[in-house]
Design a protein around this ligand. Sequence first.
Ligand code: UT7
Length: 367
Amino acid sequence: MPYAHITGWGMSVPHKVLTNDDLSKLVDTNDEWIRDHTGIRQRYVAGENETTSSLGVEAAYKALMVAGLLPTDLELIICSTSTPEFVFPATACLIQDKLGATNAGAFDLLAACSGFIFALNMGAQAIRSGSAKTVLVIGSETLSRYVNWSDRNTCILFGDGAGAFILQASEQPGGVQGAVMHSDGSGGEFLSVPASGSAHPASEITIHTGMHFIQMDGKEVYRFATRVMGQATQEVVEKSGWKVEDLNLIIPHQANLRIIDAAARRLKLPMEKFMVNVDRYGNTSTASIPIATVEAVQNGRLKAGDKVVLVGFGAGLTWGALAVQWSGPLPSEHFVTAEWYKPWARVRSLFRRISHGVESIFSGRGE
Ligand code: UT7
């Protein structure tokens, strides 16, 4: 059975930074309260032309560059997101088109902030089963579009961004060693966007009562998170035949510094074992773990051979963890890079759109 190695990684955030001081001009809050209660100092928010797919594409190109692959090498694209551009088509398909990943099937996965763990596990299983050799897993969010900017309980927490991993099959032992995934739908109401889905389609009432915005019972989510982060880490470590003391690094979902601190105390590990960057990005939901991983590699905190656990929790309720023996890029077989491929991908997409139109005329629909 082949092993699923993480051979490429990339991240992307919007251009605009929103500081705590900026937020204090919108709602009754202040920098000190936000830093003390969450550890967040700033977050990035998407501009008009920045979308879940554009951020995802940017992160994906960077991951392809690290892996030395072209978009045409991809066989599967999984985009984890809670803020898709449409109910359908899937954001993964928009990304597939923008990348020019002509050989890939693409679909979205929704498990909120745990989504990247779930998606990475699905990608790794596709490789382990032999159904794919090269998989792109993306976590991308534009949560700012669902935030009620007059609700100080939620608007201070969230940020936008994307992260991407390339998974590749190899006979060499390593890569994803084990995963655990959990859900408890009875806690769904603690964190939700009540309208926009088929239960409550858009209406005058849903708009006037703010049902299209993120709604959260912060205390319940906090209680749940501090319980499951340590539990899931312990569980995946045991499942992978490791010990918690063996871990070089834990990369948790970046929701709140206090939640990470509680997980560290529960696992009896020092905070130095945890990757933390919530101060600069806020909670980017499913994008937070890959963004933190990219920074861990860039800062030299994650090296080939290291044992690392990625652990997350979120709406659903969902929670999960993944144990990885970190590898790195496999030897590349290409002379051109994914970056060079970008203009071709744009032309290809345009050509496909024109040819759909031409086909439709010749098949009689244009009459
Ligand atoms: O990916 C999962 C996403 N969600 C989470 O991770 C959320 C988990 N929960 C949390 O992180 C925390 O519960 C929060 C950060 C949301 C809130 O922190 P807290 O320490 O639980 O604060 P609290 O809700 O108990 O509020 C304490 C006080 C209240 O005032 P009173 O009633 O004591 O007078 C709030 O009204 O702080 C007030 N407050 C604020 N004050 C200034 C609440 N939000 C703010 C604010 N600025 N933004």
